[in-house]
Design a protein around this ligand. Structure first.
Ligand SMILES: *[C@@H]1O[C@H](CO)[C@@H](O)[C@H](O)[C@H]1NC(C)=O
Ligand SMILES: *[C@@H]1O[C@H](CO)[C@@H](O)[C@H](O)[C@H]1NC(C)=O
Length: 594
């Protein structure tokens, strides 16, 4: 299923509900329903009603589902249906993938292989059914093929079932095929960009399961992971609602509608919380967590969706096993365990730190010497011993060790991931930059940007700006201090020191930038909020949306080397003591001491 783009819709007025349907599973003992199932059903309904009333009296608020007042066209359709009962007592351990609806000769990407491999290794299914129309070709598919039971399907009808609405996009056809296949066989449907993290055996006793997309299901219930018994009642109702299908409404029938229906048929569906299948999300924060940061360990995930269509244009472009082995992003740290193993190299572990364990509070040190690997992006190596992680995309090195890296001003950047609990204050970032006049300096370019969830501290060639998230999604510039960067083709040492605005004083302003030992910018009370630092950008900052072409308007062409980051505010004394022999001109008088 393509990613669900756009901003967050308003949260739906219900939250995670995981009503078990295990009691109903006792109803259907044999694989085929016989006439005898009706009597226990009556008893079940009677006992259920009595228990419901008892629970209502005992726990009125926690046990009563909200009684939504909303009425929508699909609700009537779903309510009119009297679904036949599921035909098995538990969800069969059959995995289903649907692929190859767009021909001819589709190929499989590495992420698809890893999706299949993750289902194979972690779900231990009896069968992995690969429903295709055009059979994929190529070496990656050949590698996956032994795990698969191939099943050719017709292209989905180009009109929705139970109606005559046109369904022409292959993604919507895939939506219909998955429901068909689940209704027929039952099992675990997975999109080919879902990575299974752990066994789901404990879920198989349920009738029908979906997971929340967004916190509290704010987007809906995503159809990229569905577990179902054959003829699950909710599934049948959902299929019938395709009578109102409108292909202009991209994710309505696939994500939004199941969320709306679930509130009315809560006894027929088990809802997993937002971390079970679809976290991190497809928004900038989520994609950054997956592909750039190294701070998420998937401990609360049964699976994760990597949002292929949002990540492919940029973040996941050119994904190869070698990238997965060498780039330590949250996702790749997990994926590398699924790669075909040549038995030679041990799988490199990924250490996730909450804080720097060093007594000098050094978080990381990146000399930025040439990388011997021919990878793009390539890893930027931290020499502090903390195993911090860096990603260099489209960086250029000269052979000389001391030249640093050139970021071209195109989609070219260095991103450094930080410990999970590192905050904006106190913090010191020191780096060496060389700017030439060719190409002309872009005033809006990014020299460096510290990214938190609530605030961005953005150093541009003309100013130090703070940007704050207002109303939950609008970034607004909240302060600006002028700062110029000489384009003199010389390396200069810059040091940004951040104190908490609350503890700042004349001698230790909340924000100071030094160039070669001189204060070049400072502010007593810049308006920034202290937040967890998600990462630090050099050369270019995060675009508004990762699925769009890279926004080069905030890019700067410049050279960088010797980046050091401390989880404390270094004093001038510290800087003069030359903490890493990198601060050359600190004996110059600073105005702070005048
Ligand atoms: C959400 O679901 C996952 C997977 O079932 C579980 O590990 C996690 O503890 C749940 N989180 C909450 C807050 O219930
Ligand atoms: C890191 O932050 C989390 C969430 O704020 C907190 O629960 C945890 O104790 C912190 N850990 C450390 C080592 O500071």
């Amino acid at each position: 299923m393509p990613s669900k783009r756009g901003s967050y819709p308003a949260p739906l007025p219900y939250h995670q509900r995981t009503l078990s349907s295990s009691s109903s599973s006792k109803l259907y003992k044999s694989n085929k329903p016989s006439g005898g199932w009706k009597r226990p059903l009556r008893w079940f309904l009677l006992i259920g009603t009595i228990m419901y009333i008892a629970l209502y009296i005992l726990f009125p608020s926690s046990s009563t589902p909200s009684q939504p007042q909303d009425h929508f066209a699909e609700l009537a359709i779903a309510q009119q249906l009297h679904p036949s009962p599921p035909t098995t007592a538990s969800i069969p351990k059959i995995v289903h993938f649907v692929y190859g609806l767009k021909g001819p000769d589709p190929t499989l990407d590495w992420i698809h292989y890893l999706s299949i491999k993750s289902a194979h290794d972690r779900l231990s299914p009896t069968t992995i059914m690969f429903h295709y129309h055009y059979l994929p070709t190529g070496p990656v598919f050949d590698l996956a093929r032994p795990m698969l039971t191939l099943h050719k399907v017709d292209l989905a009808p180009t009109t929705a079932p139970f109606g005559d609405r046109p369904v022409t996009h292959f993604a919507h056809q895939a939506d219909l095929i998955r429901l068909d296949v689940l209704n027929h066989y039952g099992g675990i449907y997975l999109d080919l960009d879902v990575i299974v993290m752990r066994s789901m055996d404990h879920l198989l006793r349920h009738e029908f399961i979906m997971g929340q997309e967004g916190i509290g299901g704010s987007v809906g219930l995503c159809n990229a992971v569905i577990l179902a018994r054959p003829q699950a009642r909710f599934l049948q109702r959902w299929q019938h609602t395709y009578r109102t299908f409108d292909q202009a409404d991209w994710n309505y029938h696939s994500v939004v509608l199941p969320g709306k229906l679930a509130r009315h048929f809560y006894g027929e569906i088990t809802i997993m919380n937002h971390t079970a299948f679809f976290w991190p999300l497809w928004d900038s924060h989520g994609l950054r967590t997956l592909f750039l940061e190294k701070n998420y360990d998937f401990a609360d995930n049964l699976a994760t969706h990597v949002w292929e269509s949002a990540a492919t244009p940029h973040l996941m472009a050119g994904l190869t096993p070698s990238l997965i082995r060498n780039i330590d992003s949250s996702l790749y740290c997990q994926l590398r365990h699924l790669l075909p193993h040549d038995g030679q190299e041990p799988i490199r572990p990924c250490r996730i730190l909450t804080h720097s364990p060093r007594s000098d509070h050094l978080v990381g040190s990146w000399p930025l010497t040439p990388v011997p690997l021919t990878l793009n992006p390539s890893p930027a190596t931290d020499t502090s011993g903390n195993d911090m992680h860096g990603i260099l995309r489209n960086g250029f090195f000269l052979p000389n060790d001391d030249d640093g890296v050139y970021l071209s001003g195109q989609d070219s950047y260095l991103f450094l991931s930080m410990p999970t609990n590192l905050t904006l204050t106190p913090l010191t970032i020191q780096w060496h930059t060389k700017i030439t006049t060719q190409p002309p300096v872009n005033d809006q370019g990014t020299v460096m940007m510290v990214q938190t969830d609530v605030c961005k501290l953005w150093i541009k060639p003309g100013a130090v700006e703070t940007w704050t998230l207002t109303n939950g999604w609008v970034w607004e510039r909240t302060s600006s201090v002028p700062l110029s960067f000489p384009a003199d083709d010389q390396y200069h040492v810059y040091t940004l020191v951040l104190h908490s605005p609350l503890s700042s004083s004349l001698l230790a302003p909340a924000l100071v930038v030094y160039r070669d030992g001189y204060v070049v910018a400072s502010s007593q009370a810049p308006t920034f909020e202290n937040g967890i630092v998600r990462g630090i950008w050099f050369g270019s900052a995060e675009p508004a949306k990762y699925q769009d072409p890279w926004d080069t308007s905030a890019s700067l062409a410049a050279w960088y080397k010797k980046i050091n980051i401390w989880e404390r505010a270094l004093t001038l004394q510290d800087l003069r003591n030359d903490p890493l022999q990198s601060f050359k001109n600190a004996d110059h008088q600073s105005w702070l001491l005048e």
